[in-house]
Every structure is written in C-alpha cells, then in structure tokens.
Design a protein around this ligand. Structure first.
Ligand code: NAP
Length: 262
C-alpha cells in the first residue's frame, strides 16, 4: 500500500455495482479522499464496476454478499474493516422495487422488500458501528452513515406498497439512530431521490421506447423539467460523507427535481 493510499478513508457502498451506488463510488474516487468498497450480489456487475473505477487496488475493492442472507452481513463487514483499514462511512444504497398493492403484494415479496430495504441496512449499520467504535479515528474524524431512501417514503408511490412502507421505515431508522449515535460522533442521514434513470425502472417497462416515454412524461411534469441522473444523487451522498457535513445528522434530504412540490 502506498503512503498516499494509507490516508484514504474507506467508504462501503451497498449496491455499488450499478446506478446510484456506482455513480457515488465514481464521484467519491474523483475527490481523491476515499477508498471505495462495493458490495452487491452479482459478481459480474461488481467486477465490471471495479474495472471502470480503475481496477482492484488499494483504493477500490468489492465483496459479493446477498443482503437477504442476513448471516453473511456481519462477517462480511468484519472482513472489510480488517482488509481496508476500518470503515469511515457506510452508504446503504442497495434496494429492490417490486410493484404491488394490497391485493397483489405476496408475503414473499413483502419479506424480500423489507429484508433488502430495511433489515439489511439495520444489520449493516449494527456491524459497521461496532467497527467504528473500536477505531480510535472515529472520535477524531467521525463516522458517516448515509441511507438511500426514496420520496416514496414520504409521499407513497402508486402501487408500490411494500417499497413505500419500507422506505418510510428507513427514514425513521435514520432519525432514530442519528439521536443514538450522535454522542459517538457518527452522523446518520438519508437521501430521498425522486425518479432517477437507473436499471431499477427497466424491469417495469416492456422495452426502451416505453421506458423513455415514462421518463419524458414524468420528468416534464416536475418543476425542474426532467427525471434525475445517478450523478444528481451521488453529489448529495458525497456531501453527507464530507467533512463539511460533520454537524448534519438526522436529515431526510429530498433530491427529486421538485416532484414533492406538486
Ligand atoms: N432509480 C430511482 O428512481 C430511485 C428512486 C428513489 C430511490 N431509489 C433508491 O436508490 C437505491 C439504488 O437504486 P438504483 O436506482 O441505483 O437501482 P439499481 O441500479 O437497480 O441498484 C440497486 C442495487 O441494489 C443491489 N441489490 C438488490 N438486491 C440485493 C441483494 N439481495 N443483495 C445485495 N445487493 C442487492 C443491486 O445489486 P445486484 O445487482 O448485485 O443485485 C443493485 O446494485 C435503491 O435503494 C432505490 O430504492 C432509486
């Protein structure tokens, strides 16, 4: 490890192989301040993402972990803390977005949504906070937790019952833990994106034409006239991780092109 890389602060990003998570990793690497460790369940995606970030190195790593398998979470976090000089920040970004209302949400879909969108973030925080508290640098530099929620957690989306409820709970988890972890110098914030152009929407549209029509129609109705790009959210994530945000905690920050004003 080079002297320069020894100074990097480690940021663990779940769902770092695609969309908002990957773009955040890119932006954080561009600052030259952070080492990024990506976590996801698809090895191929993580390998490709790491490649695009310059390849596996002191500054870029990845771990395969299916967040529905709760027993994998703590050992994976412990391994990351040992292999990458502790953990300065956790970005709980992985999420699933199934459609379904009261009659059509199956018990399995409900459980899977809550496992990935709420239980895994909690277990990750639990394991990361244990590592942060053991690390003498946390008292000095602080620790950062950023949860990627959704505007659906504030104003429910149509026909995404389990998703909207899981994200509302994630917002409250944020505020609750911000209170508890403040005295340990660990900030906990969450970001609620509106509609952002990522793979998450692809599964819900039959083809690219239909998907583009969806983005154009929805985006043109927002005050800022467009849907978001992953970079619009990555910028907010970078802020919450930065030193400049050291006195900000418990925030539920909306980045949605003005959607919630409608
Ligand atoms: N795009 C939007 O319009 C929008 C709006 C509001 C909020 N959000 C939130 O933004 C976050 C990121 O989503 P995105 O839009 O960037 O979509 P995305 O590209 O589909 O990213 C979702 C990520 O979650 C990971 N993931 C899903 N299930 C997992 C599991 N069981 N174990 C480990 N990782 C898992 C995926 O990794 P694998 O591919 O390896 O499974 C993927 O990298 C989500 O929390 C989402 O709810 C998105």
């Amino acid at each position: 490890m080079t002297g320069k890389n020894r100074e990097l602060k480690t940021v663990l990003i779940t769902g770092g192989g695609s969309g908002i998570g990957f773009e955040s990793a890119k932006l954080l690497r561009e600052t030259g301040l952070y080492r990024v460790v990506l976590l996801g369940k698809e090895r191929g995606k993580l390998e490709e993402a790491a490649e695009q970030l310059g390849g596996i190195s002191d500054a870029v790593g990845f771990y395969v972990c299916d967040l529905r398998e709760t027993s994998q979470i703590r050992p994976t976090v412990e391994k990351i803390a040992v292999n990458h000089q502790g953990i300065y920040a956790l970005v709980n970004n992985a999420g699933v977005y199934p459609f379904g209302g009261v009659a059509t949400t199956t018990e399995q879909s409900w459980d899977e949504t809550f496992a990935v969108n709420l239980k895994a973030p909690f277990l990750l925080i639990q394991a990361v906070v244990a590592a942060m508290k053991k690390d003498p640098r946390t008292a000095k530099h602080g620790g950062r937790i950023v949860n990627v929620s959704s505007t659906a957690g504030i104003l429910p989306n149509h026909f995404t019952l389990a998703y909207s409820v899981s994200k509302a709970a994630l917002n409250h988890l944020t505020r609750t833990l911000a209170k508890e972890l403040g005295p340990d110098n660990i900030t906990v914030n969450c970001i609620c994106p509106g509609i952002v152009r990522t793979g998450m929407h692809e599964a819900h549209h039959r083809n690219t034409t239909e998907l583009e029509e969806f983005y154009t129609k929805r985006g043109s109705a927002f005050p800022l006239g467009r849907v978001g790009e992953p970079r619009d959210i990555a910028g907010a994530i970078r802020f919450f991780i930065s030193e400049e945000a050291s006195w900000v905690t418990g925030d539920v920050f909306v980045a949605d092109g003005g959607r919630l004003l409608l």
